[in-house]
Design a protein around this ligand. Structure first.
Ligand code: SF4
Length: 277
């Protein structure tokens, strides 16, 4: 058994490897950590590289894969790449849920038989409040997409991002009633704070977190390997490198072992409270 697999078994090292598939997006949310928008630098991870990372992650003893961006479903190859990646490990994809037209849904249908789940952002039970941060008609589009995906048999999770004072008890209860109505169970709904990086920092939103508060999840982007998917964020068009572990990502064992060395001696789990899933 590899040192990585032993650390994952012991709970010292998180069992997920993240990948940034891209950085461009059809939306431009107010709190976006990566300053994503239609015209930004795409910073694409090659699909073969994504499959290689998944294969090596499985060999090292990791337990699952997370794919984020940008908006991953802007990439035409994504359904096919997800099928290949999920041959190695169960895969969670973070998406804004706004690109699922009939053509895209037909391409996604085969994923229903595979260990692939989609995590869609929905920030409020009130369309106006949700759309204020995420853009016009976002609420309606997402509410339309979730049942269509579920009808295909695809697992859908919902992620709610916001300032602590933005979602009071009543909002939270209405949001939970809504996701249950859409067929998403409580265990597949997560609520997470805004992290003060990227565009959120520009507009003074979110909270600052020390590295020890962020789970040490290995995250690979085209620019290198990072401590956590909160690592390869973008500010003023420039990549943040404060959580960069290594520019080398192949073989995956290299950044994985570097990360393991960095966390040895740290308290596992308890101090690492902030996650994006
Ligand atoms: S938060 Fe997500 S959906 Fe919004 S602009 Fe950024 S990448 Fe796109």
């Amino acid at each position: 058994m590899s040192a990585i697999a032993e650390a994952i078994d012991a709970g010292t090292l998180p069992g997920r490897v993240w990948m940034y598939a891209d950085y461009h997006c059809n939306l431009a949310c107010t709190y976006c950590l990566t300053e994503s928008a239609p015209g930004v630098s795409k910073r694409l991870l090659d699909p073969d590289e994504m499959i290689r990372i998944a294969r090596e992650a499985a060999e090292l003893g990791y337990r699952d894969i997370g794919i984020t961006g940008g908006e991953p479903f802007l990439l035409r190859h994504l359904p096919e790449t997800l099928a290949a990646v999920s041959e190695y490990l169960p895969t969670l994809v973070l998406t804004n849920g706004t690109l699922f037209n009939e053509t895209r849904l037909a391409e996604l249908a085969p994923l229903a038989r595979l260990p692939v789940a989609l995590q869609i952002s929905l920030d409020s039970p009130d369309p106006d409040v949700n759309d204020e941060m995420r853009g016009p008609d976002n609420f309606a589009t997402v509410i339309d997409a979730i049942p269509r995906l579920r009808d295909l048999g695809i697992t859908v999770r919902i992620a709610t991002t916001g300032e602590p004072d933005r979602l009071d008890e009543d909002d939270h209860a209405r949001l939970c009633a809504l996701h249950r109505e859409l067929g998403v169970p409580d265990e597949d709904h997560i609520v997470r704070p805004i992290v003060r990086r990227g565009r959120a920092a520009d507009v003074g939103l979110g909270q600052d977190f020390a590295p020890e508060q962020i789970p040490a999840e290995l995250c690979i982007s085209v620019d290198g390997a990072f401590w956590s998917p909160f690592g390869p964020t973008v500010r003023g068009g420039e990549l943040d490198t404060d959580l960069l572990i290594s520019r080398t990502t192949a073989p995956l064992s290299r950044p994985a072992n570097l990360l393991l060395r960095l966390i040895q001696g740290r308290l596992p789990g308890d101090a690492a409270a902030i996650g994006i899933r």
